[in-house]
Each structure stands twice: as C-alpha cells, then as structure tokens.
Design a protein around this ligand. Sequence first.
Ligand code: DLL
Length: 435
Amino acid sequence: MNGYIWNMPMETMSEEQMHELQGERLAACVRRLYGTVPYYTDRMKAAGMTPDDVRSLDDLARLPFTDKDDMRDNYPYGTFAVPLGQIVRIHASSGTTGKQKVVGYTQKDIELWSECCCRALAATGMTASDILHVAYGYGLFTGGLGLHYGAEKMGVTTIPVSSGNTKRQIQILVDFQPTALACTPSYALHLADELATYGVDKSMLKLKVGIFGAEPWSLAMKQQIEDKLNLRAFDIYGLSETLGPGVSISCEAGDLLHIQSDHFIAEVIDPVTGEQLPDGVLGELVFSSVTKEGTPLLRYNTHDLTRLYHGRCACGRTTVRMEKVTGRADDMLIIRGVNVFPTQIESVLLHFGEVEPHYMIYVDRINNLDQMEVQIEMTPMFFSDSVKEIEQTERKLYQEIQSTLGISAKIRLVEPRTLPRSEGKAKRVVDRRTY
Ligand code: DLL
C-alpha cells in the first residue's frame, strides 16, 4: 500500500502560512478560554497577560504552561470550555493521584478527531477498500473509539473487536481477513506469537498495515512485528488530553511522526528552564490544542521526551515531525497499553490492614506481554498467620488491583523488613523490559 495525503491544503502548507494560521488559531483560542475557564483566566492574570497580548505565534512562549496537575485540580469538568450540554462524549485516562484526566468532546471535536485519524490512516496507505481490525480497548480509553470513527469516516470496513481474548482475535484475523490491524505494539507481538498455538500461519492472514501506538516501542520491535505478521507497521501517537490517537503518525518515508500542525501547536522545551528548544534537541513535548472546543489546552506539557523537525518530508508533507517517543519524564508505567502510576497501586495496597507501606513493583516482558509483580511486606502480626491466610490475602489484593486499575499483577507478600529502604526518594519500580 502506498501512503497518500488526505488533506492536501493543511498537510502541505508552507511554513510561513502554517505559522500565520497557528497564530490566528492560538489568539482565537485564548480569547475563547479567557473568562470562560477560571483556571486559565487566573493563570493568565497571574502572568500579567490579557487576550490582547496574544496576537501571533510569536506570543506563544509568553503563555504559562499547564499540565496534568491542572486536569487533576479541576477534576472532573473544570477544564471544559463549553457548557456540558454541548459535550457529546467524555473520555478519561489515569492521573497520578488516582483521579482521572477527564476530557470532553463537542460534536465538532469528534469530527476534528475523525479528520485527524483519516489523515493518519491515509499516511499508511489505507483506503475505503480496506478492512480494519481494531483491537484497542473501547471505553474511556481513547484508542478504540478514536480510530473507529476515523476509519468509518474514510469508509473503511471497521471491526470493533476491542482488546483481550486472544483466541477470538486470531479467529477474526483468519475468518474476516482484515487488511489492517490497530492495537498496542506489545499486543501485536503477542498476537503474532500466539498464531502458532492456534495452528495459524501468517500466510493465512491478509494484513498489510499495522497502526500501533499508545506505548513506547523501539524500532527493533517494529522490525519484529513486521516480520512476524508480514505487514508494514506505522507508529501512531496521541494522548487523551489533546485528543487521543491521531495527533501524529509516521509515514512511508521514515520513522518520524507527522503532527497535525494546524490543530496541535507543538513545542519541545527544556524540562528545567522551560525554554523552547531548537529542532533536533531532546526535551519535553508541549501541545496547544487550539481548535478543540470541549477541552482546549494551552501549552500542555505531556512530559513525553522527543525531538522536533521542521521542513518538507520526502512524502510531501510539510507538517512538523516528532521523533518516536521512547520514554517520558515522569514515572508513569504503561502495562499492556494501560497507564498506571505506582501511587495508584500503593493506594489499592494500603487499603488492606495486613500489609505495610513498603512495596516494590517489578515489570518484565515475558513472551512479549508485560507482566507486573508487586511485592509487599506483611505486618509482623500477619506474618505469623498461616500460609493459607497469606495466600488468601494475595488473592484479594490481586482481585482489587485488577478491578480498580484494570491490570493484573502477581502479588507476593514478603517477610517484614526484607524490601530495600531508601534514604532519599524511594525507588519502587524496577522496569526490566527492554524496548
Ligand atoms: O494512549 C492515546 C492513543 C491510543 C495513542 C491509541 C495511540 C494509539 P493516553 O492513554 O492518554 O492516550 O496515553 C498517552 O501514552 O503521553 C505517551 O506517553 C504514550 N503514548 C501514546 N502513543 C505513543 C506512541 C493514548 N506512539 C500517553 N509511542 C502519551 C510512545 C506513546 N508513547
């Protein structure tokens, strides 16, 4: 399949025109937010700014940063810029304190999202003749529904399989003969590895394209997936706060990802000074989602680490490109595509009286699937109890983590005072996955 450009005017605009368009959209967004969303209004006042101070893209760097704490502090609807009556969809993703980051979409936002996903699918070469198997989760997570609406807008035959149940996924891959697969890269590898278990050879599949993202993955992993599933893999990036999947996508010309620059103004900043960094320098990725109506964000720091590149790509697009995101500055873990913070695990664990607040989280990738083990110390009193009771508590903790966080983790209750202590910041996570 050969990639093509879905929205020629927007994706191939000159740098000067894009600069001007982004400036106009930024100024309009600031006017919309000021006086409507209290935390933006307060933040701008504190910076001594009014909407009149933002007239072009050159004024962007004067605006204050925002980040996930603002989403948390204004939970659930305080970041919304329109009345709830105009919101047609809500998505959410995990936040550091266990509170979700809640995002609202107007009908126009859903259309904008579908447009961005169409651009992404076109970059992979997909057309209305394709059949897309969507194995991202459908629900509050943006992966499933986001790509689903984009694919339908393009006219693609869309199969909303959602995540889980590998046996059924493989049966659908064989029987329905999809030409494209969308899921996390780790799940794609797992699917590939499980084919043999069900007596399926890759030659029995029709897959040509993979749309993989939602978690970091290396180019080595990309190669493995391409070989095992006999398809061409593309990297799709996004985050719930700015939209979901479709903020950027790699193209046939290389492994950099094209950002939909007319909707998302990207900056890479120095994490310490907050200064904008030039092309090719690693820093934290910051977005202003200037055309969104429901939850527009200004200078939102994703803490994802990447580099930006301006200039025309061999594919013909002129939109700014970002390097593959291989890590983020903060401590979020992504286990099988689900975001989870150590503090969330901690709060589940500490609801149980029998354990101490001393725990460790070990993450491995076994047979291409993320596995998490949580070790936690028992209280000295509980330690003297029978093995049966200890196993029962392990089971209860397992179920609690599964139902609260949506992930499964092996639980091991260990003897009191056996886990490492720290004099400074506690290091609770040992991530042994190699990407
Ligand atoms: O993961 C949206 C998405 C769904 C993207 C499906 C692609 C495909 P969140 O759950 O809010 O949204 O998680 C966003 O996941 O800040 C990155 O740290 C990470 N992430 C997303 N895509 C990629 C990628 C969705 N392609 C967070 N490569 C982001 C590396 C990614 N990391």
